[in-house]
Design a binder for this molecule. Structure first.
Ligand SMILES: Nc1ncnc2c1ncn2[C@@H]1O[C@H](COP(=O)(O)OP(=O)(O)OP(=O)(O)O)[C@@H](O)[C@H]1O
Length: 666
């Protein structure tokens, strides 16, 4: 280290020594030995003393005349004295130190003992406090649980009251004449169909095992056995061939149990997730019923239908009709089976188009309620020989808005019929209502009613209202076409289509206010792959089966969670995987967001942070089994009946005297 660099440090050290108030060890030593502070122990002068240098011997000389004169003591002796005094002092000091150490140790021990005693005291107090606290906490918990229970009880009472009130408003699903005459059937319709012997001889335990393996839940008496192969269902060979050609080799779970149940003539409620093959589960039995009737006595002009299938939208009616036509065509191909004539009865299809079946006799009618009522009232069609009545998307069909239409249609039946209801969503209230109207019904349930299809990857994104349109374009890049975009608002559907067209995207649009030609064109061009994107309102959401839709974008979250389940269900069909992206923002009601959150949880999907942040009144019931109980009105998992958005909406519509969207489309 250089002198320059070293000097400040040395200066600081130096200054400290000079200014120091406490004497150094050497100062003390010199004082004790009687030496001058300017002299070091070895007799050498400190450097600073040289500044007032009078010479060391001068000082000693001047003391000779002094009264205080003491004789000169030689240095060696002084050193010896000094050492001995130092020794004495240090001995005294060490004695003193020893005592102090002992004292210190004693003190330490005493302190320790005191501390231990204090700790014992504290521990005791702590124990006493914990017990007390525990007792208080238990009491508090009990009080909270009691409060929660009574809150739950109150809610349950309110729920029961609301449901009872709704039940009072609903009459049995039967014709007015039947109700007025008190006609009630007690026996299911008999059919000639029987499963093969080897299936009939299965034990109930074996049947239960097959159901369990296929996640089929059943309720009811004398349930027909599940059948794992179409061949064993005794389906005519041309139909089997056609199904194979379509890639339909083995029945899906709803078909495994649903088809034998329907073939056996039993009333049933069939619930299974979107895209799981419910349509075939009710069209095949309808065709078989018609075949049997036709074989017995051929149908003539003005007769029929023997089977009626009701759909909530024209698009769905057309799709079901086309499916029936394809099977019936396959059946008659080789001339081994009689001709079965399906007929499409819906608004927008004129009588001349329906011509052939009307002239020859109708076996199957696939209809929307409004048009069917019209034809029945005009006596173009009658239900005198109708034995088979099926409601597709049944919860919508007998939902409050449509119930009266259904009752009117029922009044045209002259005899007992087999009634079937199918849907992916069927809230408990509708199941109960349907069960009370059916004859010895069987409930066939694959998964929870209203649960989302697990083949759909659900992504929920927070997108501000003003950013939606631009983000939509980005979102379209997630997958190749075809893509469906849903919005419940007709104007918004038009706006989205216009925007996409401007951006060069091949898009069509469909909603209830479009003309029938526009609706048909949209469906046809999207189905055939001519158009990449279809923008749709609710009318496009239920039951429609498009080829391999890759991605569903829910531009505006519907208020009712059932609608969401149907909308995302346009993808991930027939075992394929699809993606559903849903835009939500502050405009979506909290109950709907909570329903969505629980639905995602049930399907083990990622829950975005903003959904977790929504205040959740149901969370308090989590340890009481409250979660998982679906609202009996709408099937939502995130709210109770007392704040069901669907009930509120229905009541609002009832007060306003409006029917649901889609009614106009009949
Ligand atoms: N057993 C089967 N094997 C393979 N594919 C099938 C089978 N049954 C039906 N499908 C096909 O699965 C697709 C979906 O069937 P379908 O439209 O009947 O579903 P869904 O359950 O009625 O759906 P949604 O609830 O949406 O109305 C159709 O394309 C149909 O041809």
């Amino acid at each position: 280290m250089s002198a320059k660099a070293d000097s400040p440090n040395r200066a600081r050290g130096y200054k400290r020594r000079r200014d120091s108030a406490s004497p150094t060890y050497f100062d003390q030593l010199n004082k004790d030995s009687g030496l001058s502070t300017s002299q070091t122990g070895n007799g050498q002068q400190k450097p600073e003393d040289k500044r007032n240098d009078a010479g060391p011997f001068d000082a000693w000389d001047s003391r000779d005349d002094d009264e205080t004169y003491t004789p000169y003591v030689p240095l060696s002796k002084r050193r010896a004295n000094l050492l001995s005094s130092f020794h004495q002092k240090s001995t005294v000091k060490s004695v003193k130190t020893k005592t102090a150490e002992e004292e210190e140790a004693e003190k330490e021990e005493q302190k320790k003992a005191e501390e231990e005693a204090e700790e014992v005291r504290r521990e005791k107090a702590r124990n006493e406090r914990t017990l007390l606290q525990e007792a208080q906490e238990v009491k508090k918990r009990q009080a909270e649980q009691a409060a929660l229970k009574s809150e739950r009880d109150i809610e349950a009472e309110q729920e029961a009251e609301i449901l009872a009130q709704l039940e009072r408003q609903q009459r049995k699903l039967a014709s007015d004449a039947e109700l007025a005459l008190g006609v009630s059937y007690t026996e299911s319709l008999q059919t000639t169909w029987k499963p093969p012997h080897y299936i009939r001889s299965r034990t109930e335990a074996e049947n239960a095992e097959i159901r369990e393996k296929n996640h089929i839940l059943v309720e009811g008496d004398a349930i027909p056995p599940p059948i794992l192969h179409f061949e064993d269902m005794k389906i005519p060979a041309p139909i089997l061939k056609y199904l194979k050609m379509k890639g339909i080799i083995d029945p899906t779970p709803i078909q495994i149990q649903g088809i034998p149940t329907a073939f056996a003539g039993r009333d049933m409620i069939g619930i299974a997730f979107t895209g799981s093959g419910k349509t075939l589960a009710f069209t095949l039995p309808a065709i078989m019923t018609a075949l049997e009737m036709e074989a017995r006595l051929p149908f003539q002009k003005g007769e029929g239908p023997v089977a009626l299938m009701l759909c909530p939208s024209r698009e769905l009616a057309r799709q079901t009709y086309e499916g029936c036509v394809a099977i019936c065509d396959a059946l008659k191909e080789k001339g081994e089976y009689p001709e079965i004539r399906p007929m499409l009865c819906m608004g927008g299809v004129n009588l001349s188009e329906m011509g052939d079946p009307l002239n020859k006799g109708v076996h199957l009618a696939i209809a929307t309620p409004g048009r069917l009522m019209d034809l029945l009232e005009k006596r173009k069609l009658n239900l005198e020989n109708c034995k088979y009545l099926c409601f597709d998307e049944a919860d919508r069909m007998i939902d409050m808005g449509f119930e009266e239409d259904v009752r009117t249609i029922m009044s045209f039946f002259k005899h007992q019929r087999q009634t079937l209801l199918f849907s992916a969503t069927m809230p408990r209230k509708i199941q109960d209502f349907a069960q009370s109207s059916l004859i010895n019904p069987i409930l066939v349930n694959v998964g929870r009613a209203g649960a989302a299809n697990l083949d759909v990857i659900q992504e929920v994104e927070y997108v501000k209202q003003e950013a939606k349109m631009v983000y939509l374009l980005e979102c379209l890049q997630k997958t190749p076409p075809p893509v469906i975009i849903f919005s419940d608002n007709k104007n918004e559907v038009d706006d989205i289509q216009e925007y996409l067209l401007l951006k060069g995207v091949e898009a069509v649009a469909i909603h209830g206010s479009k003309t029938q030609e526009e609706r048909d064109y949209a469906i046809k061009s999207f189905k055939s792959g001519k158009k990449d994107v279809m923008v749709a309102s609710g009318v496009g959401s239920k039951g429609l089966d498009f080829n391999e839709v890759q991605h569903v974008i829910i531009y505006t979250m519907p208020k009712e969670i059932e609608d969401y389940v149907h909308q995302i269900g346009r993808t991930g069909r027939s075992g394929k995987t699809g993606i559903a992206t849903t835009f939500v923002n502050s405009g979506v009601q909290e109950q709907t967001l909570l329903d969505l959150k629980y639905l995602l949880m049930e399907a083990k999907q990622r829950i975005p942070e903003f959904l977790n942040a929504v205040e959740d009144p149901m969370a308090k019931y989590q340890d009481q089994g409250g979660v998982g109980k679906a609202c009996p009105i709408c099937g939502g998992l995130g709210h109770s009946v007392t704040n069901c958005p669907k009930l509120a909406e229905t009541q609002r519509r009832q007060v306003a005297g409006h029917s649901r969207e889609g009614a106009g489309g009949y």
